[in-house]
Design a protein around this ligand. Structure first.
Ligand SMILES: [Zn+2]
Ligand SMILES: [Zn+2]
Length: 344
């Protein structure tokens, strides 16, 4: 089968002809219909994030149709539409039994530590295959498995309750999902903090109240907009010490700050006024959980989470086309997503 693979760090991906992967008793073989091209893939290609062994097929946002199922597979059947949880887990270890399988002792990740979705087919443990409702296009199913799922997990980790207020720092891919999901979960007001006017405008179309950080201190703006109270939940989706600090400073009494963006530097908290005195919490959020995915998909099925403005382009399974998309992401970032559709 055809696969577009990272052969050498820092070099363009290459098309290779590789054998179809073996399908174990507890595995499924999925015919790929859509694979999202993610900003993380830019980091893998550039060697900025761990990836390997090489050569390796990238792509961790995958949806398709089950083509073959191992003898012990019961959760999905041949012909089912599915999308894939990118973390591959054993289902049996201490962490998996707790439902916290992102800490699985045998855990791996498709498109990072084992072959992913820039290919015609992929084999994964069947427990990573989640039913994709007919109403959701494969392209959306694929992209839901990354940033949307991580935003959803962060809102659950920060225990967002109906009637609360939320501030989202960073109105990119994660932010656009976070805003919509927060509203679907019953958030009263959602503030979107960014420095990009276009992003703020788009955030407003999803019902967020824009806070333009180029026009002054966003913390002061949020205090003013909330009558001095601050927000119950603040999500930091950028990965900058400055915005992490702002997220904590924006909290109300009993507020929870969820840190999602990855930073390579520490940030400061003025412990008494910002944390102890408010009984506030700072919560680390990483990836997402298998059992969260069906509910996330149900939000999308009901139109409460709309990706039609996010997934805008498709490319074929072609190394040049995929490298071009990665080059563009590398140079300009981007809030819109391109999805590979191997069958056109
Ligand atoms: Zn991704
Ligand atoms: Zn496990």
């Amino acid at each position: 089968m055809k696969a577009v693979r990272l052969v050498e760090i820092g070099k363009p991906l290459e098309m290779q002809e590789i054998p179809r992967p073996p399908v174990g008793d507890r595995d499924v073989l999925v015919r790929i219909k859509a694979a999202g091209i993610c900003h993380s893939d830019v980091h893998y290609r550039a060697g900025a994030s761990a990836v390997g062994p090489l050569p390796q097929t990238l792509g961790h946002e995958v949806a398709g149709i089950v083509e073959e199922a191992g003898a012990q597979v019961t959760n999905v059947a041949v012909g089912d539409r599915v999308c894939l949880h990118y973390l591959l887990t054993c289902g049996d270890c201490y962490y998996c039994s707790l439902g916290s399988e992102q800490f699985c002792v045998e855990g791996s990740m498709i498109g990072k530590y084992c072959d992913g979705g820039y290919a015609e087919c992929i084999a994964v443990p069947a427990r990573s295959a989640v039913a994709l409702p007919d109403e959701i296009p494969f392209e959306h199913g694929a992209v839901l498995m990354c940033s949307s799922a991580t935003s959803f997990h962060a809102l659950r980790k920060t225990r967002l309750a109906a009637g609360e207020t939320v501030a989202v720092f960073g109105a990119g891919g994660l932010g656009m999902s976070a805003i919509q999901i927060a509203r679907a979960m019953g958030a009263l007001d959602v503030y979107a903090v960014d420095i990009n006017a276009g992003r703020l405008e788009q955030a407003a179309t999803y019902g967020a109240i824009p806070v333009d950080a180029t026009e002054g201190d966003p913390v002061a703006a949020i205090r003013q907009l909330t009558g001095g109270r601050g927000v119950d939940v603040a999500l930091e989706l950028i990965g900058l010490p400055q915005t992490m600090r702002q997220a904590v400073q924006s909290l109300a009494v009993f507020g929870r700050a969820g840190l999602v963006g990855i930073a390579d530097k520490p940030f400061e908290i003025d412990s008494y006024p910002e944390l102890l005195g408010r009984e506030a919490e700072v919560i680390g959020c990483a990836d997402h959980l298998l059992h969260e995915l069906p509910l996330l998909l149900e939000f999308a099925r009901r139109g409460l989470l709309d990706l039609s403005q996010v997934v805008t382009d498709t490319v074929p399974l072609d190394a040049d086309a995929i490298n071009d998309v990665l080059d563009t992401l590398e140079q300009f970032g981007g809030r819109v997503r391109t999805v590979i559709t191997p069958e056109g």
